[in-house]
Design a protein around this ligand. Structure first.
Ligand SMILES: *Cc1c(COP(=O)(O)O)cnc(C)c1O
Length: 363
């Protein structure tokens, strides 16, 4: 091929050229506390049972395009109201993409708060939908309601994404403020409840009250991140349109059967998440006992904390084979902030020990 005639700068959209690809660090040999994964696997017995169900899967056939049985199981386990429609995605990331594909049209905008989940902005840029990021308040990462109200009235965003609890800050925004946003918005408000298994509140029962509310969940943080399965619940008038942007067989046959098996053993996942919630409190206490650390309470399976020279602390932890997430360069409000996923008690203790060493050696 003659490459001289191929000019990347004219063939690729400038928005794509300007993007940094989503980077996931290699994690071999690390204690991996960077990605909000559930650290627990299943018992040998349960694993054998699971693999047994997969024996009978017709891998030569396309999967059920509607994933009807899986949807029924999800409805039951996640207590989705009967009147709500349901749409599945290959992770909730894919659902965010479908939402943007559906609603992007002639200057319409998407709004979220910052710092929050990267995919809202990143996928908006990929799809070419103008994105508005409204900063949270410094110090406690609460909603800046005066600025938000103004932005909503001025831009009339077609889509608003709110993570509840928020990532990477871990807080739940006050319910009454989200309800005000639902009332004020002439567009769709997507409440992303990826961390529902660890939170004390949900908008699931508000779907019938707010026709412009769509609720997103995922099984990733519950303990099934490898399956890639997310869901969107809401009024059928919206979901029927969003369905048109879904690729026909987006939920593969192994995911459909494995997720159904896992949901039949939901109590196992619930026991694990209950353990993680408990260990979250202990880890927070341990962080608070260290000098020079600012913490925030969390309703998710991770904790955000601030420490002097966070980037150096992060690198030092990495050299000790402990991988967490640095948010130092992520957003001005998360300067010197690090985020740690709650692991097993042993992993958490190893992290605390390593953190103590790291703080000593960088100061
Ligand atoms: C992790 C996360 C997701 C991604 O979920 P997947 O189903 O794994 O794609 C979505 N939203 C938030 C806020 C998250 O933190």
């Amino acid at each position: 091929m003659n490459t001289q005639t191929v000019d990347i700068s004219t063939l690729i959209r400038p928005e794509i050229q300007a993007l940094a690809a989503y980077h996931v660090p290699a994690a071999a040999d690390y204690i991996k506390l960077d990605a909000m994964e559930n650290p627990y696997h299943w018992s040998e017995e349960l694993t054998v049972q699971w693999l047994d169900t997969l024996k009978h899967v017709a891998i030569n056939r396309y999967p059920d395009p509607e994933a009807a049985s899986l949807k029924q199981d999800l409805r039951a386990n996640m207590r989705i109201p009967e009147e709500a429609s349901l749409l599945l995605g290959n992770g909730s990331d894919e659902i965010i993409q479908m939402l943007l594909l559906t609603f992007n049209y002639q200057g319409r905008t998407v709004l979220s708060v910052e710092p929050s989940f990267t995919m809202y902005r990143l996928l908006a840029q990929v799809i070419g939908m103008p994105y508005i990021g409204v900063p949270l308040q410094p110090d406690d990462f609460s909603l800046d309601m005066p600025v938000l109200r103004q932005a909503i009235v001025r831009h009339q965003p077609t889509l608003i994404f709110l993570a509840y609890p928020n990532n990477p800050t871990g807080n739940l925004f006050p319910r009454h403020e989200i309800e005000e946003i639902l009332q004020l918005s002439s567009g769709i408000v997507v409440i992303d409840e990826a961390y529902a298994p660890f939170a004390d509140d949900t908008f699931m029962n508000d779907l019938r009250r707010y026709p412009n509310l769509l609720l997103m969940r995922t099984v990733s943080k519950l303990g099934l991140a490898g399956l890639r399965l997310g869901l969107l619940a809401g009024h059928s008038q919206w979901l029927a349109q969003i369905e048109k942007t879904r690729l026909p067989y987006n939920i593969n046959v192994l995911t459909q059967h494995s997720a159904r098996f896992a949901l039949q053993h939901y109590h196992v996942l619930e026991t694990q998440t209950a353990q993680i919630r408990q260990d979250r409190s202990k880890l927070l206490q341990q962080l608070n006992a260290l000098t020079g650390i600012t913490t925030w309470t969390s309703q998710a399976n991770f904790l955000l904390f601030r420490v002097a020279q966070a980037q150096a602390v992060f690198e030092n932890l990495k050299a000790q084979r402990i991988l967490i997430k640095s948010l130092h360069h992520f957003h001005p409000l998360t300067q010197n902030c690090l985020r740690v996923t709650v692991g097993t008690p042993e992993e958490n203790q190893a992290f605390i020990n390593a953190l103590q060493l790291a703080i000593q050696s960088v100061s």
